[in-house]
Each structure stands twice: as C-alpha cells, then as structure tokens.
Design a protein around this ligand. Sequence first.
Ligand SMILES: [Ca+2]
Ligand SMILES: [Ca+2]
Length: 395
Amino acid sequence: MKNKKIDLISLSFNILLIAALIGGVILVGQNQNTQRGAYFAGASLLIQPTTITANAGDVVPVQLWVQTANSAKVSAVDVNICYDKYLTMGTVDPTTLVDLNSDAFKGIEYIKNDATTSCLRLVAVSSGISPDKLGSGLVKVAAIRFTAAAAGTGTLKVSNTAKVSGYNPTAGATDTAMSVSSYPISTYTITQGTPTTSTLYLKFSMSFLGVKGADSACADGSKMPLSVTVRASDGTTKTYTNVIPTKTTGVTGDGLAIYNVSLPLTGFGYANNIAVFVKGPKHLQVKYGVNGQQNFYNKAGGELSGLTNDVNTTQGFSFEKYPLLAGDVTGSTTGVQDGVVDGLDFAYIKSASNGRATVASGGYMLADINGNCAMESQDLSLMMVSLNNKQGQLY
Ligand SMILES: [Ca+2]
Ligand SMILES: [Ca+2]
C-alpha cells in the first residue's frame, strides 16, 4: 500500500516537473550569457500539498522536496519558506516542528523562524554522507508542521533566494551549485470550523495596576465586576457583563493581587484562536491575545486556544503580568465610564484625593484606584499612568 501511494505521489510530481523543467529550460536559456559555467546541474523545489484546507487550530503538515535534473546528487538545500499570517509555528524551537529526511540529509545547519515576517529559513546539509549515498532525482528534504492560526486564505512560498548544491561528478570540478528553476507556491485556506454547541469555559488570571495584594481591603472580587468580550477569528463576538473575579492570596512579581476568572462562554462555541477583551469597573479595556501576555497585543485576531467544556481541564491563561490600567471613573455624565482616561477623570480623582476620605475594609469608593480604602495622592498617580494610554483597546 505504502509503495503504491508513493508511486502516485511521484507520478503527480513528474507532471509538475515537466512544467517546472520547461520553465527551467527557458530560464537557463535566458541566463546563459551571464551565468555560463556557474551551475553544474539544474534543480527545482516543490511544496506538497499545493492546495491545503484546514480548520483553525489544526496542524498543517507540509513537505518540501527537491528534484534534480540528470540524476544530479543533492548535498545541501537552503530555503526561506514564507507562510503568511494564517499559519503559525508558535514560539517553540522550530527544529521540533521540522522532520528532516535523514536518509538524504545529515542535519540542519541553520534554522530560524522569523515570526515577524512569517518566514522559516532552513539549511539542510548532507555533509558526511558519501557521494554514492546522496539522494538524486526526486528527494524529500523535510516535513514541516505549521499550525492553522486563523481563518483566511494565504500562500506558502519558497523565496527566490533558495539555493541547492550537490555533488559534481566531473573530475576536478569545484562547482557544486545547481541552478534553481522554480520557487513553488502553495495556497491554503483556513476555516474557522463549526462552533461547538456545548458551553466552553474560559479561565484566566489577571491583575489591576496599583491594586497590591498586601493592601487592597476595598478591592475584593465583588468590587471588581468585569466586562469580558470574546472574539473568534471569523469576527464572532460575545460580551459577558458583571463577571466577578475571585481574589486569590497570590501576588505578581510586582506585588499586585492576582484574581482568577472562570467564565462559562454560553452561546459562543469557539475553542481556538480567540481574543479576550477585559474591562474593569474603573479600568480601560485591554485585549489579551496570547497566554502569558506581558505587553500590548499589537496584532489582529488572537491566539488563545484549547478551551473545553470541562471547567477543570480547559486551558487556563495567565494575564496577570499585563494588568488592567485604571482611571476611567467618569465621563461627561458623572460617575459613568466613557472608555477614555482624560481631564474629566483627572478632575474627579484629584478632587476626591484632596478630600482624604476613608472607608472601612470591604467598602468602596469609585476614585480609590488602588483599593486600599483611602483616598490619597497615589490614586491620582495611578490614573496618570493611564493617561499615556488614554483609550481602551476595542479590536
Ligand atoms: Ca473617563
Ligand atoms: Ca487609595
């Protein structure tokens, strides 16, 4: 069975190759004047499959092949594969996502996944393999496991900087470079997948700027009702209000109290690649798109995945290292948040902090930003931090 499958793959490759080689002949013809003698043989690169459909969150396996002309033996392949924004390799060591064909290649000489440009540079070499054992003709280089990140249509491209070298059988020859005649492109479509009808659980830990574990007797969870909005990569959103976080005894490295949220996402149904927007009663809305987030999430969509309908085993997320900024205590209607920290909030908190009011433990004052049951200059200082950000994140 296995051989039959390989034969079918080879057959389809041969059809591709005929097209690629015709292209190669034309290119060689064009390049002869300037490139004469530079290459001892020709080669083309192939990506399989050429069209891919997957659901967000799926692993997307892709194979890179090289085909050498005239049975030339391949000894090294240097490619930069750019995979577009709907696929990801995550933040793991990319070598764990690349299975090199060890029959033909001895090892990976260089590998780097550039998450900013969404490109994977891979240099596979066969140093140490004797020439008679080198692969020739159609040779698999590696299988690479991408993950479908978000719904959309994109391309996987081998950049035209790709290089292939091999063993030149001509006695005394020093040329090892092969001319690469094609830089393949695969197209792929990622779909969001059908949302589940069962209720998924969203669990995360979080903190509020200025609210210290040691001194926040007026900032129990009941005083911190949240608005939590979840957004799927197809744009579906749902907002849950009056979500009460649970204040834990844990603190962040900066001493901020850590709060836990466990929220049944009734009527949402998307388990992967979601973004979460959290807004507090006197806080600007913050977007969380990645587990362990420590600063502004400056991307479209979200990468939070692994939600299940089991409250105990659903993936939990750590957001406490990027606290909610406080200070939006009022808008033009006194005491009603308007999503902006500005002069109105400054005037309100300044006036309250001048009053030096205090309340008993467990009490509440709107302008008591750090939740220590007392109005003081620190409440104003915390609000000033938010002035730099000014506005909540909306998308
Ligand atoms: Ca405001
Ligand atoms: Ca205070």
